[in-house]
Ligand binder design. Structure first.
Ligand SMILES: [Zn+2]
Length: 725
């Protein structure tokens, strides 16, 4: 054994002397430093000028660094392993020393240098943060980024390429295969496969790593097993002196330990992949059908959140009016296990098919169903870290109705659904509840948030964080704005509260009164792990990037209407537009229920009115540059959906590709084509007459449905008149 240690020590010394490794460490430090600002170099416009903090600096540097250093280290490894072959000295070595031990020593020394690179790189980036940006260092984010993300990526790269090289004995083959595994990781949305730089776009300043930390660690565990599998498979087929693959294999498996290890690792990888505990497959809308014979009459949720463990416990009572059905279906979340289920007071069995359960009900008019369930909310495999509709973590709770955290009954929703109940959460969190908050009670370390609501949908969300709450008064109603005090400086400097008030007043004046005098509009900042915004009932949310940008943005407001940096203005108006869009849904979506009929939907109306607000505030040049022109561009592209229109082509393409094209096409029609049609209507009738027409429609259809035909007729418009060519 001292012999082996000596071998490694010699390798480390030898590599150091060749200077390549020094260059590699230097290069890594430069790449990691460049990575600090990598977000501004991507196409991800929504993440430009994000405020620099320990979390963003450490994560962005390693995300960028891991991608390039993974390639550099794998190349360095494979060239080092191949070195003797090129020098034709292998036979000499093989006859003298155990070649395998030299290989192993070499790999261990490279891993040693990978650790050294991680430490040196981390120190360099910390020094830049402290000296150049004068931002205080939160070491926990650095340790996570560098030792859970960066170093493992290097380790996996070294192990994978070593295994591939030993297996193929070919420089080209091992590099090409490695490249394929590498590219697969970059292109996948499945968090289990993204081993190079994780699935995240950015770490939340708002919720921390907590909400996604487990998935990153799980990914690391899986790839540790996979990379070890590849490495030891390589060893299993290691060529013996003057033997082929087959005969070498038979010599190698004489070492039973190696064989058992390989089998164990392969099974372990497969098991870890198959049994991953954090995600599920979400049901598609078209797979669910509504039972028209049953009406939902009331939902009464009583929920306790265990933020420490990311879990929840719920007791939910539903009341239904049944007109002759004998079964009720619910869409559920796979992470939540049902402890008991009662129908009209009696314990009842149920059937589970995928993520839908079927409950038998008696043929009586009044049906009450009571569920007790609990566990950890799962999300879609491809949504981890980017589009998570539900998570519970120490720092925040984000549960959108789309996650089915409140089981969704597949029945007709009554005109007025009674909703009342409570959420219990740790007392350091402020909860945003649907409807009206009735009372808050403190019970040993927890707060109980009691709420009540009369709703026309069963959409119930739950949002919580260490919020600051600001009340904004608007005509005949109030707005409650919840945001993290961490972003207060930006909110103040960028006049976010003033704009929210301005939007409210603009909509009230130009569309009509807010739909309710009883319920306040609640606006909550939420984490970046769900991008964009959302509106349902009287609650809207938007992702933190909207109000967490760099203080270099402040200057765009201070100039005398002379804009210096159009890119920054563009980012700013897009942020405001996101809030304005979600707020407009309170009129078109919550206030008036828009009956979808592509391109007609609440999205077109929301985009039209948020555009109108931005145009009023920032003028024609900025609003048309930020919205009109991109919309027109996207609508023009609609003509190119040749594949979907052409039946011959359709047959040749795969179904998933066509589906994604159809989704893209519909998105453009709803979000870009429809508002352009509305603007054309406005052009025909004049702004004043058009908006008066909209006000009439809003009054007439408040808390009712509105179809495209009703809209056209009441506005005295025709489909042809607002055609866009
Ligand atoms: Zn929308």
């Amino acid at each position: 054994m001292p012999n082996k240690f000596l071998l490694i020590k010699n390798e480390v010394k030898y590599m150091f002397k060749t200077k390549t490794i020094i260059l590699l460490i230097l290069a890594a430090c430069i790449i990691l430093s460049i990575g600090i600002n990598s977000l501004n170099m991507t196409n991800d416009f929504n993440l430009f000028y994000i405020r620099r903090t320990s979390s963003t600096i450490s994560f962005n540097s390693v995300k960028f660094g891991a991608t390039i250093c993974s390639l550099l280290f794998s190349l360095f490894t494979v060239i080092n392993l191949d070195k003797d072959k090129r020098k034709r000295s292998r036979t000499i070595i093989e006859s003298n020393l155990d070649y395998l031990n030299i290989m192993k020593a070499r790999i261990v020394s490279i891993i040693f240098y990978a650790i050294l690179t991680t430490i040196v790189g981390m120190i360099v980036v910390m020094a830049i943060q402290k000296s150049i940006y004068s931002i205080p260092i939160d070491i926990s984010y650095y340790l996570f980024s560098y030792f859970v993300i960066f170093f493992p990526t290097l380790l996996f790269s070294i192990l994978i390429i070593s295994g591939l090289y030993i297996l193929t004995e070919s420089l080209d083959m091992s590099i090409i295969t490695f490249g394929m595994i590498f590219i697969k990781s970059l292109r996948s949305n499945n968090y289990l496969l993204t081993w190079v730089r994780t699935n995240l776009d950015i770490v939340s300043d708002f919720a921390g790593i907590g909400a996604v930390g487990n998935t990153i660690i799980y990914n690391r565990l899986l790839w540790f097993l996979i990379s070890l599998s590849i490495f030891f498979i390589g060893l299993l087929f290691r060529r013996r002196y003057e033997s082929g693959v087959g005969s070498s294999f038979f010599i190698n498996i004489k070492s039973r330990g190696l064989l058992v290890l390989v089998i164990f690792l392969i099974l372990g990888s497969g098991f870890t992949y198959a049994k991953e505990p954090y995600t599920m497959e979400l049901m598609n809308d078209f797979e669910t059908s509504i039972d028209e014979r049953i009406y939902l009459d009331g939902i009464y949720p009583e929920v306790e959140f265990d933020c420490e463990n990311g879990k929840m416990d719920a007791h939910v009572l539903y009341s239904f009016i049944n007109n002759g059905s004998n079964i009720i279906k619910f869409n559920i979340n796979d992470g939540l296990k049902i402890n008991s289920l009662k129908v009209n007071g009696e314990e009842t069995a149920y059937q589970k098919i995928k993520n839908t359960i079927e409950v038998s009900i008696p043929n009586v008019e009044k049906i009450n169903i009571e569920f007790s369930y609990g566990g950890q909310v799962k999300c879609d495999k491809n949504g981890v870290g980017r589009a998570m509709p539900g998570y519970i973590s120490k720092e925040s709770i984000y549960l959108l109705e789309a996650s089915n955290w409140i089981f969704r009954p597949l029945v007709v929703e009554g005109d007025m659904i009674g909703i009342s109940g409570y959420y219990i959460a740790p007392d350091y969190l402020t909860m945003v509840v649907p409807g009206r908050l009735i009372d808050v009670e403190t019970i040993d370390g927890n707060k109980k948030w009691i709420f009540e609501y009369k709703s026309h949908t069963a959409d119930i969300g739950a949002f919580a964080a260490k919020y600051k709450k600001v009340q904004i008064d608007a005509p005949n109603m109030t707005v409650e704005f919840y945001y993290t005090p961490k972003h207060e400086e930006y909110v103040d400097n960028m006049k976010i509260v003033e704009h929210i008030k301005g939007m409210m007043e603009y909509y009230i004046q130009n569309i009509g009164e807010y739909y309710s005098k009883e319920y306040p509009l609640k606006i909550a900042e939420v984490s970046i792990y769900k991008r964009g915004g959302h509106s349902s009932e009287n609650v809207i949310t938007f992702a933190e990037n909207t109000i967490n940008r760099d203080n270099s943005m402040y200057s765009i407001l201070n100039k005398n209407n002379e804009i210096e940096d159009f890119r920054k203005v563009d980012v700013y108006v897009n942020d405001l537009n996101l809030i304005a869009h979600e707020m407009a849904h309170q009129w078109w979506g919550t206030g008036v229920n828009i009956r979808d009929d592509t391109p007609w939907s609440s999205e077109g109306l929301a985009n039209y009115f948020s555009y109108k607000y931005i145009q009023k505030e920032f003028g024609d040049m900025i609003s048309s540059g930020a919205f009109l022109q991109p919309w027109e561009y996207r609508v023009n592209e609609l003509k190119n959906y040749y594949y979907i229109k052409n039946d011959d082509m359709k047959e040749k393409l795969n179904e998933r590709f066509i589906k994604s094209l159809e989704m893209e096409k519909m998105h453009s029609e709803l979000y870009y084509l429809m508002p352009l049609k509305l603007l054309k209507g406005e052009e025909i009738q004049g702004e004043k007459a058009f908006l008066e027409g909209m006000q009439k429609i809003y009054r007439r259809h408040l808390l009712k449905d509105l179809t495209y035909d009703e809209f056209l007729q009441e506005m005295n418009l025709t489909r042809e008149a607002i055609e866009i060519d």
